[in-house]
Design a protein around this ligand. Structure first.
Ligand SMILES: O=C(O)C(=O)C[C@]1(C(=O)O)C=C[C@@H](O)C=C1
Length: 112
């Protein structure tokens, strides 16, 4: 429910917690929007990679690149105060979807 449709009586007068909660949720909304847009941009770029790989008949997966990315992002996550295992799970899930899309792109170019 959007916060402006919550009746004013929902929070007792003088209680600042709900207002803080809405303020934090507005930050979360902005961050989530940025994440979605960044992710969409990453997939636009990786789709271009997929087309190039299909043209040059390269395999969709490049394991050494994936491992290098995971190691780099784990270090970055640790320095940023983000759980490194969570960051690894996330990026591996993204790369798995990239590989799936690359397979699709290659199949389309083969006429399948
Ligand atoms: O860099 C590539 O070759 C990609 O296809 C991109 C990407 C990635 O999403 O980072 C995805 C699949 C590969 O196994 C390695 C990396």
């Amino acid at each position: 429910m959007p916060h402006d449709s919550v009746p004013a009586a929902a929070a007792p007068a003088g209680d600042s917690v709900p207002e803080d909660l809405w303020r934090l949720r507005r930050s979360i909304d902005n961050i989530d929007a940025a994440l979605v847009h960044m992710l969409a941009e990453r997939f636009r770029v990786t789709r271009e990679v997929g087309v190039l790989k299909a043209i040059h008949r390269l395999p969709p997966v490049d394991s050494s690149r994936e491992e290098a990315q995971v190691a780099k992002l784990r270090g970055m996550a640790e320095r940023a105060g983000l759980d490194a295992d969570f960051a690894e799970t996330f990026i591996r899930r993204v790369m798995a979807e990239v590989v799936r899309q690359h397979g699709e792109i290659a199949a389309e170019r083969r006429g399948g």
